[in-house]
Write a protein that binds this ligand. Structure first.
Ligand SMILES: Cc1cc2nc3c(=O)[nH]c(=O)nc-3n(C[C@H](O)[C@H](O)[C@H](O)COP(=O)(O)OP(=O)(O)OC[C@H]3O[C@@H](n4cnc5c(N)ncnc54)[C@H](O)[C@@H]3O)c2cc1C
Length: 608
């Protein structure tokens, strides 16, 4: 083995967002030696950007809420291809995780009688999102970090893991480098928890941060773990569309939760024209009923703007395609109109949506208390990811766990807003607990030099191309940009077989290009090099999304096929599973979703 700095832990957590921090806290509390590795500074993980809130059936604002309604909402939103056991655990355990966060110091907004306040969000039948203005993720990270720091967790921030290390069929650790100096490091661990987040940077228009290059999904896949549901990518309906430099940045669903409405260029509130059958009985008859719902009237039903994200996104795309879009290719989102209803509307908007107010003021020079915003769909979240056991979060690789956005199952074909932050807490805790158990029950695996040397050689190849000109003169950004453009155009919101088959051909070419990219300079402070390293992951997840999307010949949730616009009764019962074959190719197979037990079927029936 090269002369690399080496560390030894019981549990190594990769990722310091909500899932990673929660897992590290739990593992550490179980008395094992834990380390946390993350690409950015501690406290800067993507979770910090979360705005709207954390979903949990606390029933503080509407006492009709309970785990059963939350479970049924999650399954309906996921269009019944969810892992029902994960959905059950999530709905049952989320309230306890919120109270725990409160006990650790999270300062949630309050009801008049001092309880944790909850707000409306798309697809949730009752006000369910515990929140801190529109800066909930910041509060969550701050709280977990403060708590975690006192647990004796070792932190390696600004480090990128490039490969997982295995001993036979089990995990043995991970190999990576520090991003400042470029020095390689070996992390030996009895158990590894992946908490690396999503894949949004595979697309041109995205709300996701630079960290979202699909590393965890790809690391797991190359280590032999299975991926499922990769076709289900969520395009959030409201991203900024103007100016171009900020295209894709999220406009929280909280705007619609507070009464914001969607209008086309003719001023028509188009969402009332298309309400799916599954939601008809829960949707307002008219704008007045919708307004009352957003203001907490328990007898009113939700406005159609608060239907699920996949549906609202497609309605926006349809308006734009029909020539009724806004000047910059989106539609209008209007919260300023509420001044017709309440006298102190501008103050209320600034108080309830402070980040949105500043975001539009600073980035678009637009005052949302006076004018409508221009918004359009943006790549936001991936429901698919590493296949895990519902109880333990362990993948099919012994000792390799996954939690948070990198893992799959809970959200099925479409995630409800707010259900990610609760997912991080519920399954982050479980992953930490079971990883610690695994570490206690197993000796360390052996580290094989060859894996480390292969990882180092592969990571350093772009310098070779830069130095001797053996590759092309192409830099990693050119390949990354072209890949994002291709995925946006060929495997985006509306998909067609022939386009996706073309995308597979393009991916082959991108793979060749990525193997020849050149970076100059040296390993210290070299963002070009980091981008070159990330390309492998972007290509792996792009291929996984494309292959799974071709295989699912129906439209469901985030996956919409122009050539198969309806749901299929056969596909309704299937997961699409991807794994790496012995020859290195991506293998795809269909697997029946296990039958839901009678008591959960009954819950769904009761909640219809
Ligand atoms: C703008 C915005 C608003 C949102 N609002 C909400 C909301 O209100 N409610 C809600 O429920 N959801 C919301 N979401 C979704 C939610 O924020 C994310 O799904 C969630 O935060 C993901 O958390 P995570 O812990 O899985 O990963 P993250 O918080 O993304 O953390 C990933 C960690 O992994 C690290 N990492 C990645 N790759 C590597 C590597 N190779 N080596 C080392 N470290 C690595 C990163 O550095 C980071 O520390 C929002 C998303 C966005 C973009």
């Amino acid at each position: 083995m090269g002369n690399y700095e080496s560390f030894e832990y019981d549990v190594l957590v990769i990722g310091a967002g909500g899932a990673g921090l929660r897992a590290a806290i739990e593992a550490s509390a179980a008395g094992v030696k834990v380390a946390l590795v993350c690409k950015s500074l501690l406290g800067k993980a993507h979770t910090v950007m979360a705005e709207g809130g954390i979903a949990a059936a606390l029933a503080n604002v509407d006492d009709r809420d309970n785990w059963k309604v939350h479970f049924a909402d999650t399954m309906r939103g996921g269009q019944y291809v969810n892992n029902w056991r994960m959905a059950e655990l999530h709905a049952k355990e989320a309230p306890a995780r919120i109270y725990e966060l409160e006990a650790w110091g999270a300062v949630f907004d309050r009801t008049n009688d001092g309880k944790i306040l909850q707000r409306n969000f798309g697809g949730h039948q009752y006000p369910r999102l515990a929140h801190v203005g529109d800066r909930t993720g910041l509060e969550m990270i701050r709280t977990l970090q403060d708590h975690g720091i006192h647990q004796g967790i070792e932190v390696h921030m600004e480090h990128t893991i490039v490969t997982l290390l295995k001993d036979g069929d089990r995990i043995a650790g991970a190999f990576g480098y520090d991003r400042e100096r470029g020095r390689f490091k070996v992390f030996k661990a009895k158990a590894v928890v992946l908490a690396t987040g999503g894949i949004g940077r595979a697309y041109r228009i995205t709300s996701n941060s630079w960290e979202y290059t699909g590393d965890g999904q790809s690391l797991a896949y190359h280590a032999g773990a299975e991926l499922i549901d990769m076709e289900f990518v969520q395009f959030h309906p409201t991203g900024m569309v103007w100016p171009p430099s900020v295209m894709g940045i999220l406009v929280t669903e909280g705007v619609r939760g507070e009464g914001g409405i969607l209008l086309n260029k003719e001023g028509k509130r188009f969402m009332f024209a298309d309400i799916p059958d599954a939601y008809k009985s829960q949707t307002a008859n008219d704008p007045e009923e919708g307004w009352k719902y957003t203001q907490g009237d328990k007898n009113a039903r939700r406005p159609p703007e608060l239907l699920t994200r996949d549906h609202v996104s497609r309605c926006i795309v349809n308006e734009v395609k029909a020539g009724r879009g806004s000047p910059h290719g989106g539609v209008f989102l209007d919260i300023a109109w509420i001044k017709e209803k309440i006298p102190d509307a501008p103050e209320r908007i600034k108080r309830k949506l402070p980040s949105m107010y500043h975001q539009f003021m600073q980035l678009a020079n637009l005052d949302i208390t006076r004018e409508p915003m221009e918004v359009g769909p943006t790549t936001h979240y991936i429901m698919g990811g590493v296949r895990v056991d519902a109880e333990t979060q362990m993948s099919n690789v012994a000792g390799l766990f996954a939690a948070g956005e990198v893992a799959a199952g809970l959200h099925g074909a479409n995630r409800l807003g707010g259900n990610s932050l609760s997912d991080l807490l519920v399954f982050g805790k479980r992953a930490g607990e079971f990883a610690a158990n695994f570490a206690k029950e197993h000796d360390p695996g052996e580290i094989h030099d060859i894996e480390i040397e292969d990882g180092a050689r592969e990571a350093l190849e772009p310098f070779e191309h830069g130095a001797n000109g053996a590759g092309s003169s192409e830099g990693p950004y050119q390949v990354q940009n072209a890949l994002q453009e291709m995925m946006q155009n060929l495997v985006g919101i509306v998909r067609r077989e022939e386009e996706m088959v073309r995308a597979l051909g393009e991916l082959d070419k991108f793979r060749e290009r990525s193997q020849r990219v050149a970076v100059s300079g040296h390993r210290e402070y070299n963002p070009g090099w980091h981008t070159a390293v990330d390309l492998k992951h972007l290509l792996t997840v792009s291929e996984a999304i494309t292959r799974a999307a071709i295989e699912r010949k129906e439209s469901r949730g985030g996956h919409f096929r122009d050539d198969f616009p309806n749901k299929s009764a056969v596909d309704a019962k299937m997961n699409i599973v991807l794994s790496k074959a012995a020859d290195g190719s991506m293998q795809i197979r269909r697997e029946p979703i296990p039958e839901m037990p009678q008591h959960l079927k009954q819950v769904i029936e009761e909640m219809k």
